[in-house]
Design a protein around this ligand. Structure first.
Ligand SMILES: [Zn+2]
Length: 288
């Protein structure tokens, strides 16, 4: 990804406002020191540096964020920031001056044919908006009324072996990053208020299912609602709700995997952390 420096400026400004005093360590590599908000830090031992993609990466050798990616998230949270605040943002405009989606996630049928997409718009006033857009064979058009609804990543679910756990997370972006570490993950469009359609149950019936909510109320509520539906629908011998313990409020699996990647953990190590969360999950139901 090309670094958009004007955009990076905004990110730095926001970041430096949050950390207060800091000291430039190595201008050539754009690295800075600041006081770690998590441990008693007299020496300004925390570090911030510029990643290849224009975002800010932070770490604290005293807290050993290299081996404790969740502590990195605690530092970011203590600074009053979200992980996404440290990421470069792209703004796209089409030739008519209309805002193009910042990101879009395609929903496909079993055979990989696109049915619709969920498009995210980052509006000039800083707000975000999501919209479903149906594929009419030539282009995406606003709205998806009457279009068959499917689980995100349905082709991957169909391809996966029957013993492989299907992870249900809130949002396509999280499903994508779980896919990057070798897990099969799915989501439903439009977030925690989304209806759970009967065909979603059919797509995953008989498979081990792990539902991983974000660390916030609506998301946990969604997880419990879907778990309840699957239990009643039947055919789920292995079903779990897996809370991510130790995350800051509103933290999620995307933040955690992002932080693990900043620690240069391997795919296997990251998926093992997630597997451990499932194995240790207190909300696990089994039927015999
Ligand atoms: Zn520290």
């Amino acid at each position: 990804m090309m670094i958009d420096y004007e955009n990076a400026e905004t990110i730095y400004r926001r970041f430096f406002q949050s950390i207060g005093t800091y000291q430039c360590v190595n201008n050539g590599f754009r690295k800075w020191r600041f006081h770690c908000p998590v441990h008693q830090d007299d020496k300004a031992s925390a570090l911030a540096w510029l990643g290849d993609d224009g975002r800010i990466i932070i770490g604290c050798p005293v807290c050993d964020t290299r081996h404790h990616p969740e502590v990195r998230l605690a530092i970011i949270s203590q600074l009053g920031l979200k992980v996404s605040d440290l990421m470069p943002k792209e703004k796209k405009w089409d030739e008519k001056g209309n805002l193009e989606p910042t990101s879009a996630w395609n929903y496909r049928d079993e055979n990989g044919r696109i049915l619709y997409r969920s498009a995210r718009f980052d509006l000039p006033d800083g707000k975000k908006r999501f919209e479903l857009q149906a594929w009419n064979g030539r282009e995406f058009v606003r709205g998806a009324k009457g279009v068959r609804r499917v689980l995100y990543n349905l082709p991957a679910i169909v391809r996966a072996s029957k013993s492989k756990t299907i992870w249900l997370v809130e949002g396509e972006k999280k499903a994508d990053i779980m896919g990057e570490v070798g897990l099969v993950a799915t989501a439903v469009a439009t977030g925690s208020a989304a209806p759970w359609e009967p065909q979603f149950t059919e797509s995953i019936r008989g498979r081990p299912v792990a539902i991983m909510p974000d660390n916030d109320g609506p998301s946990k509520h969604f997880a419990e609602r879907v778990a309840g539906i699957l239990m009643c629908d039947g055919g789920f011998d292995r079903l779990a709700v897996v809370p991510l313990c130790g995350l800051p409020a509103k933290g999620d699996i995307w933040d955690l995997i992002r932080s693990c990647k900043d620690s240069e953990m391997t795919k296997e190590e990251i998926s093992q952390i997630i597997q451990n969360a499932l194995d240790g999950s207190p909300f696990r139901w089994r039927r015999v």
